[in-house]
Design a protein. Structure first.
Length: 303
C-alpha cells in the first residue's frame, strides 16, 4: 500500500508539471499570435506609406512627406510614431514605426508588453517590362517633357518600307488596329526583346484607330499635362527602340519604354502621321533602378 501511495504522489507531480508546461505553451502561442498580428498590421501600414511617398517623387520632398504621413494615419499610425527618410535624389523612401503591444497570458510570467519595430523602403526606377504598349515605337533619344514628337512617320520617304509600326502578336492591319486601340495585352514586352516590324504605312488602320482614341476622350486638355488621369485614353505607352533604319519585315530591339499624350493624327496624300507630347508617368510593370529610363517609371518595395 505504501508503494502504491508513492506512485500516486509521483503521478500527481508529473501531472502538475505537464499542466504548467501546457499552460506556458498556450501562453506563448496566444501572445505570439497577437504579436504576429500587430506586426503584420504595422508592416502593411509602413509599406503603404513608403509606396505612397515614393509615388509622388516628382512633386518634391514636401509632398512625399505629406503622402507618407497621410497614408500612415489612414492605417492607424499617428505622426509621432512615424519617421520618414528620403534619399537625396528622392527615388528612395524609408519609413519606420514601432508600437508597444500589451500581452495577456505572459503576465503570469511577469511580462506585460513587448515592442514591435518595423521598417519599409520603397524605390522608383525605370519600367523594364510591361503590357499594354501600342504597336508603334520611337527611336531612342533624350526626350523633353511637354515637347511634341512624331510617334509614327507618315511614310513616303526612303525605301526601307518601315515607318514605325510594329507587329505585336500577329501581322496585318486588323491585329495592328486592335493593338492600337486597346494596347497589346498578349504578353509582357521587356527591354532586350526583338519585335517584328510591320511594313507599310498602315494608313487606314492608323487613322481610324487613333481617331477612336481621340474621340473617346471628352475632356479638354490644356498645356499642363501633369494631372492626367491614369485611364486617359490619349495617354499611351510605347517602346523605345534602338533604330528604325531597317529594311523590310525585320526586327528592332526594345531599349526602354516611354509615355506620350496623343495630340493628333494627320493623313495627307495617303500618308498618316501620329504626334504626341512626351510625359513622365508612374506605371505598373517590372522595375529595375539600374536600367536606363525614358520617363516611364514604377515603384516597388525593396525591404
Amino acid at each position: 500500500m505504501k508503494h502504491l501511495n508513492n506512485k500516486k504522489g509521483s503521478s500527481s507531480i508529473i501531472l502538475l508539471f505537464m499542466v504548467v508546461g501546457i499552460a506556458g505553451l498556450m501562453t506563448l502561442t496566444a501572445d505570439a499570435g497577437l504579436l504576429y498580428l500587430e506586426k503584420s498590421k504595422l508592416q502593411n501600414a509602413v509599406d503603404s506609406a513608403a509606396l505612397a511617398a515614393v509615388s509622388v517623387y516628382g512633386d518634391g520632398q514636401e509632398k512625399m512627406l505629406e503622402e507618407a504621413f497621410k497614408y500612415a494615419e489612414l492605417n492607424g499610425i499617428p505622426a509621432e510614431r512615424l519617421t520618414v527618410e528620403i534619399q537625396e535624389d528622392d527615388n528612395k523612401v524609408t519609413v519606420c514605426s514601432s508600437k508597444s503591444v500589451t500581452l495577456y497570458f505572459a503576465k503570469i510570467f511577469g511580462i506585460s508588453d513587448a515592442d514591435v519595430a518595423i521598417r519599409a523602403s520603397a524605390i522608383t526606377g525605370p519600367i523594364v517590362s510591361l503590357k499594354g504598349i501600342r504597336p508603334f515605337g520611337i527611336e531612342e533619344q533624350e526626350f523633353t517633357y511637354g515637347e511634341t514628337y512624331t510617334l509614327k512617320n507618315g511614310g513616303g520617304e526612303g525605301n526601307t518600307g518601315n515607318y514605325g509600326a510594329l507587329a505585336l502578336g500577329g501581322t496585318g492591319a486588323c491585329a495592328y488596329r486592335i493593338n492600337l486601340i486597346n494596347g497589346y495585352d498578349g504578353h509582357m514586352i521587356k527591354i532586350g526583346d526583338e519585335i517584328e516590324t510591320e511594313t507599310g504605312n498602315m494608313n487606314g488602320a492608323t487613322f481610324d484607330g487613333i481617331n477612336e482614341l481621340l474621340d473617346s476622350d471628352s475632356f479638354v486638355h490644356g498645356e499642363d499635362l501633369s494631372q492626367l488621369e491614369a485611364d486617359c485614353p490619349r495617354l499611351i505607352k510605347i517602346p523605345v527602340v534602338d533604330s528604325f533604319s531597317v529594311a523590310g519585315r525585320t526586327t528592332v530591339k526594345v531599349v526602354g519604354f516611354a509615355a506620350f499624350f496623343l495630340d493628333d493624327v494627320v493623313r495627307r496624300s495617303g500618308r498618316t502621321e501620329i504626334t504626341g507630347r512626351f510625359v513622365r508617368r508612374i506605371s505598373e510593370g517590372e522595375v529595375d533602378e539600374s536600367a536606363e529610363g525614358y520617363g516611364l517609371v514604377g515603384v516597388k518595395l525593396v525591404e
